[in-house]
Design a protein around this ligand. Structure first.
Ligand code: F6P
Length: 549
């Protein structure tokens, strides 16, 4: 039995889950007028309502007890203190230092990290201002009009998601584009309308070894040099963000054009560092700082609020409750605010790359279900695609509904329609409609008894499907910063509760290594590699058809 499952609080929750499976949220609501007040929190950036979960006060007490037994508070302190909690890579986890602008707040191995962070911010400000005001010139003396960020995973998802979410706040003085895919179609499409004389590339890669990013960067460099007829043009059109300065400069990027990154910042938690350069260029430095301030506000909440009023902790506990104890295997992220259309993709990496693992800190297989798969889509589009499944399939998918009181782009008559759906969906998922009600409704519509018998079972919605509601006042750099940090700390807390090393990503290495070897085979080199028969035949087929083209 693992350390977690032998805890008394764990056993209590297992037994309690059996009882709770017999309950319906409809009854929990009708029995308790105060349920919303009991199970919701108002934070500066948003209202967090978790009352539509299959929980009671006993459930929450049991979950907070488990959090304490798992020493969540102590682990939280270790993270903020810079202990090397990323044990498999022997690294600290200090993305929180990136948004704490008070000096001397963080030290690591005797070094003042806050000074480093502030220096990096000064460099970001100076560069951003130059590009945005046109002071930074391309090789032919023209100002930069377009910035292309080349990076993948954490070096793409966060910055791109934020750029999309905060489009409304951009003055469009420079257009920012993203290339992440090694599929040449993407870079070709992005570069086609651009003018090399006015285009600046940011090569974003913590390791500066990622094949996809290096391939795209090479293509971009060829594109530029072909136009400039001069390798020296690179200095005016390429900057890099990396923890691997050697590789970045070996690639041809000038030392002064390399922005620092550090091993105590994980790729998927790095948008607050110079990886966020495209955000700062798009919005201006001051708004980038507001984003950091919003995240810092959430850091303070996570650090200081008691577990019982701590939004990220509660979200982590509910995920554990819904998945590990009640048996859900996936979780939907459903933003009802168009600017957040890339949030689900961002959270897929944040949560699944962090906690999609099955061994504990000691490297032993865990004997309990861990985290769900994350999926979703902008709410309204989802309603007309997969909500049927959310309402009536026999898999219960807990969902986070994220919306805003005010749209950043108000168009008369639209926002209330959107939000009516937002509220209706969580109500319907919670309450459902039973057969008796369905029959009464059909009867009231004058349907025949025969028709009612035939159709009624199909119209039953069992309900009892858990949702969280996060209601922002409005999307802004600050509220978005808080929202992202909320999920970051949820993910950290989940990892502690489940005893999972949240800050490594060994699971992406195996495929990467194999791809490198197979690439040599595809380019014609003989390989001693022996594949399974399926892979061998697929490669053979690919090469034979390619040879005929
Ligand atoms: O997908 C694996 C991964 O290592 C991610 O963790 C990371 O965000 C991404 O690749 C990109 O890595 P890099 O910034 O080093 O190019």
């Amino acid at each position: 039995m693992s350390a977690r499952t032998s805890l008394a609080s764990w056993k209590y929750l297992q037994a309690h889950a059996k009882q709770m499976k017999q309950q319906h949220m409809r009854t929990l609501f009708s029995d308790n007028d105060n349920r919303f007040n009991e199970f919701s929190l108002k934070l500066p950036a948003f209202l967090f309502d978790y009352s539509k979960n299959l929980i009671t006060a006993d459930t929450m007490q049991g979950l907070f007890g488990l959090a304490r037994d798992c020493e969540l508070e102590q682990w939280r302190e270790k993270m903020f203190a810079g202990e090397r909690i990323n044990t498999t890579e022997d690294r600290s986890v200090l993305h929180v230092a990136l948004r704490d602008r008070t000096t001397k707040a963080f030290t690591l191995d005797g070094e003042n990290l806050s000074d480093k962070v502030n220096q990096a911010l000064t460099q970001i400000k100076s560069f951003t201002d130059k590009v945005r005001t046109g002071q930074w010139k391309g090789y032919s003396g023209k100002r930069i009009t377009d910035v292309v960020n080349i990076g993948v995973g954490g070096s793409n998802l966060g910055p791109q998601m934020v750029t999309e979410a905060l489009k409304h706040y951009s003055d469009q003085s420079v257009s920012v584009h993203y290339v992440s895919n090694v599929d040449g179609t993407q870079i070709a499409d992005v570069l086609r309308p651009l003018d090399p004389e006015k285009t600046l590339f940011i090569i974003s890669s913590k390791t500066f070894t990622t094949t996809e990013t290096m391939t795209n960067a090479q293509t971009a460099m060829k594109w530029l040099v072909t136009s400039a007829f001069d390798q020296n043009a690179v200095a005016k059109h390429f900057v890099a963000v990396s923890a691997n300065k050697e590789n970045a400069s070996a690639f041809g990027i000038e030392q002064q054009n390399i922005f620092d990154m550090w091993d105590w910042v994980g790729g998927r938690f790095s948008l607050w560092s110079a990886i966020g350069l495209p955000i700062a260029i798009d919005l201006g430095f001051d708004k980038f700082i507001e984003l950091l301030e919003g995240a810092h506000e959430m850091d303070q909440h996570f650090k200081n609020a008691p577990l019982e009023q701590n939004a990220p902790v509660i979200m982590a506990l509910l995920s554990l409750w819904n998945c590990t104890f009640l048996g859900s295997q996936s979780q939907a992220i459903l933003p009802y605010d168009q600017p957040l259309h890339k949030l689900t993709a961002y959270l897929q990496q944040a949560e699944m790359e962090s906690n999609g693992k099955s061994v504990n800190w000691q490297g032993e297989d865990v004997d309990y279900p861990t985290v769900p798969s994350i999926w979703g889509e902008i709410g309204i589009n989802g309603q007309h695609a997969f909500y049927q499944y959310l309402h009536q399939s026999n898999n219960v998918v807990p969902a986070d509904f994220i919306g805003s009181v005010q749209s950043v782009t108000p168009v008369q008559g639209h926002h209330d329609t959107l939000m009516a759906n937002f509220f209706a969906q969580t109500e319907a998922l919670m309450g459902g409609v039973d057969e008796q009600q369905v029959r009464e409704d059909l009867k009231a519509k004058g349907r025949t008894a025969e028709y009612i018998d035939k159709v009624a079972p199909h119209k039953v919605h069992k309900g009892n499907r858990p949702t969280n509601t996060i209601l922002l006042d409005q999307i802004s750099p600050k509220s978005l910063g808080s929202l992202i940090a909320l999920y970051e700390h949820k993910i950290f807390s989940q990892g502690i509760l489940l005893q999972i090393c949240s800050f490594d990503q060994w699971g992406v290495e195996l495929g990467k290594g194999l791809a490198n070897k197979i690439q040599q085979e595809l380019s014609g080199e003989e390989s001693a590699q022996i594949h399974d028969s399926s892979t061998t035949e697929l490669i053979k087929y690919y090469k034979s058809i390619k040879a005929k083209k």
